[in-house]
Design a protein around this ligand. Structure first.
Ligand code: KG4
Ligand code: ZN
Length: 331
């Protein structure tokens, strides 16, 4: 069994996973309500809450999995990327447990955990084209095997989720904006405003989302958001402009690598419109899209425990001196 902690941002999470990758328990304390009043995550508030929530969560997952600390083969924690003051809490707790129990410690990369999350329940990590769409990252990764990841494209400015969060804020919708825009977009016309899709001639697999945010800003004075259907139409148009480049570039990258499997992960991959369009497009292109269940898409410790189990099985161990790294890249 692996016990893993995730405290890279504003979710305090713990999980237990068997060494063959079955998640027995995954619990989370979401600080969203606490940070909502500030319109985004306040790092010091996040770390103070991690401190009070992490230990009770460890007890809760042990109890739910029906195991004792002594049954745990290794303790894992997200060591980056993320907020330093938040990463330190989960990492310190996992290291302390490892030392006390005389068991190995595993430092896990948060992006690797997202990347592998669509493979939960599939029996192994297959070669695939990975697409991570989260609040901080948008990237295409060629997955050869556990630990062998090659970056194919990434965002040059804002991440897809970050763009949704910023646009939502402009529209007066609460944080986090992605699910709010999805809700507001229901029944809306995605062709209402034709927002630009940016392209880089020299890097067709790179993304850019800061222009979309600016386009919305210019569009706003022309619209009466209170008029019937306008808010839904605008949100549907923004959502479409975020999703379309993801589909196009994922297919392009799959073709370039010869991968038939596209593994989509990260908070934005909860989005139902994104999933529908992905499945539709994959079918047209003769590709196969896989997603994690929504509770494993947004930040959670289940994906960290799952990744740690794969890492542990391939002989990976981290020194207890391992530092957290706010910019740790996965590929
Ligand atoms: O992966 P995640 O939980 O945290 C990071 O590692 O960043 O992703 C959070 C992002 C936020 O930007 C949030 O607005 C977005 O995922 N998100 C969504 C949905 N649920 C969460 N975006 C679109 N549709 C959703 N249903
Ligand atoms: Zn994340």
């Amino acid at each position: 069994m692996i016990l893993a902690l995730e405290t890279s941002c504003d979710e305090t999470a713990a999980a237990i996973c068997t060494l063959d990758g079955r998640i027995l328990s995954s619990r989370l304390f979401s600080q969203i309500e606490i940070h909502r009043q500030f319109g985004g995550v306040v790092p010091e508030v996040a770390s103070r809450n991690h401190i009070t929530k992490v230990r009770p969560l460890v007890d809760a997952v042990l109890q739910e999995a029906g195991i004792a600390l002594s049954d745990v083969a290794a303790f894992a924690a997200t060591c980056g990327p993320g907020l330093v003051s938040s990463l330190l809490i989960g990492t310190s707790m996992a290291k302390a447990l490892a030392v006390a129990e005389k068991k190995p410690f595993l430092a896990i990369n948060h992006m690797e955990a997202h990347l592998l999350s669509p493979f939960v329940g599939r029996g192994g990590i297959e070669p695939a084209l990975g697409l991570i769409v989260s609040g901080g990252h948008t990237m295409l990764v060629n997955i050869e095997a556990v630990g062998r990841y090659y970056l194919m494209g990434h965002t040059r400015d804002d991440a897809a989720g970050e763009c949704l969060d910023k646009v939502a804020r402009m529209l007066g919708l609460p944080y986090p904006g992605g699910p709010e825009i999805e809700k507001a977009a229901r029944g809306g016309d995605p062709g209402f405003v034709k927002f630009p899709r940016s392209r880089f001639a020299d890097a067709p697999l790179d993304f850019s989302y800061s222009g979309l945010k600016t386009s919305v800003l210019y569009e706003l004075p022309k619209l009466d958001l209170k008029a019937d259907g306008v808010m839904a139409n605008l949100c549907a148009s923004v959502q479409e402009a975020v999703i379309d480049p993801l589909l196009d570039k994922a297919v392009l990258a799959a073709r370039a690598t010869g991968r038939q499997l596209i593994a989509v992960s990260g908070g934005v991959s909860c989005n139902k419109r994104l999933r529908e369009k992905f499945f539709e497009r994959c079918e047209q292109e003769g590709l196969f899209g896989i997603f994690a269940p929504p509770h494993l898409c947004t930040d959670n410790a289940g994906m960290v425990a799952f990744t740690a189990a794969h890492r542990f099985n391939s002989g990976h161990r981290s020194p207890i001196e391992q530092e957290v790294d706010p910019n740790w890249s996965v590929a």
